[in-house]
Design a protein around this ligand. Sequence first.
Ligand SMILES: Cc1cc2ncn([C@H]3O[C@H](COP(=O)(O)O)[C@@H](O)[C@H]3O)c2cc1C
Ligand SMILES: O=C(O)c1cccnc1
Length: 351
Amino acid sequence: MDWLNDPCANVSERYRDLALQRQQQLTKPSGALGRLETLAVQLAALQGREAPRADNIHISIFAADHGVAEEGVSAFPQAVTGQMVHNFLNGGAAISVLARELGATLEIIDVGVKEPLNHAGLISQRAGAGTANSVQAPAMTVDQLTIALQAGYAAAERAYAKQADLFIGGEMGIANTTAATALYCALLDVAPSVATGAGTGLDAAGIAHKAGVIQRMLDLHRNNLTSPLEALRCVGGFEIAALTGAYCRAAQLGIPIVVDGFISTAAALVAVQQQPDVRQWLLLSHASAEPGHVLATDFLGVQPLLDLQMRLGEGSGAALAVPLLRMACALHNNMATFAEAAVAGEAVTRQ
Ligand SMILES: Cc1cc2ncn([C@H]3O[C@H](COP(=O)(O)O)[C@@H](O)[C@H]3O)c2cc1C
Ligand SMILES: O=C(O)c1cccnc1
């Protein structure tokens, strides 16, 4: 696990400066393209390129089950995790559709679905047959945490080998909003009543019950919640750990990361608290409809790009941000400069 703390890749100040200069020369009032300008500049600096790109997208979906599902914290049964893995691989899930539209690589990694799955194309890197019920015991052992983090490391390596322009991580795991919320509470020091939401669709009574379960998790593991990795081990999940490993490794390899919604952001919190330099490699794609999400985006100090009231997971929100990033890159790379277009580039100065 020591590799998590290895330094992140260098961010190129040279290409940041070049991109900033170019933005000043494009045929538009300075700043008129708003965040599309800063996004292009950020990507140029992260990718170390004069012409930033969002063409070649690598999407890794990590799937795992959660022992805490037996506490009745999800609106859906645990079997849905494995069923959705088949749906991903058969091309019928939301992320399958979005990945096709983007021409992205989509890979599915079983890091611990309860019943082992047999499907051509599935990558199997199982840390166990689901986590332990974290109101009774730590969700995982140190060995299991190591395997799950390693599954993320391997995914980032595959993205690097394919020269991906961006890395997107997604997750599938019934009850994982409970695990993610517990991590928000532990890492941001907030109460379950503030951070707990409907997940797949609990009603008000269901949300209150879920918040109570999360409080029990926090009480049981109180003495272990001081370090981000121990919090991840005690109340997290295999797929969340895999995302943490993937984010850390992608940042080390110099691949910009597009973070998805509520659950992925929990993994980003762990990664950033473990290795603060990971933060500069993160683009937050969208504001999740889960009420706790804003606590994490405030902590990370990054405004999500979209707010479509989505609460799906699977990497779907991150995939939806890609067309925007492509447009930001196209504008940056292909607009004419004032000189090229013979347009007066100076604002009038009034006496
Ligand atoms: C059919 C279906 C597809 C999904 N795709 C992602 N999730 C999302 O919902 C789950 C978390 O919500 P909770 O904590 O309430 O169980 C995760 O699997 C997440 O990826 C889905 C959930 C369902 C039911
Ligand atoms: O925002 C998310 O990522 C989310 C919310 C609810 C359920 N699954 C995912």
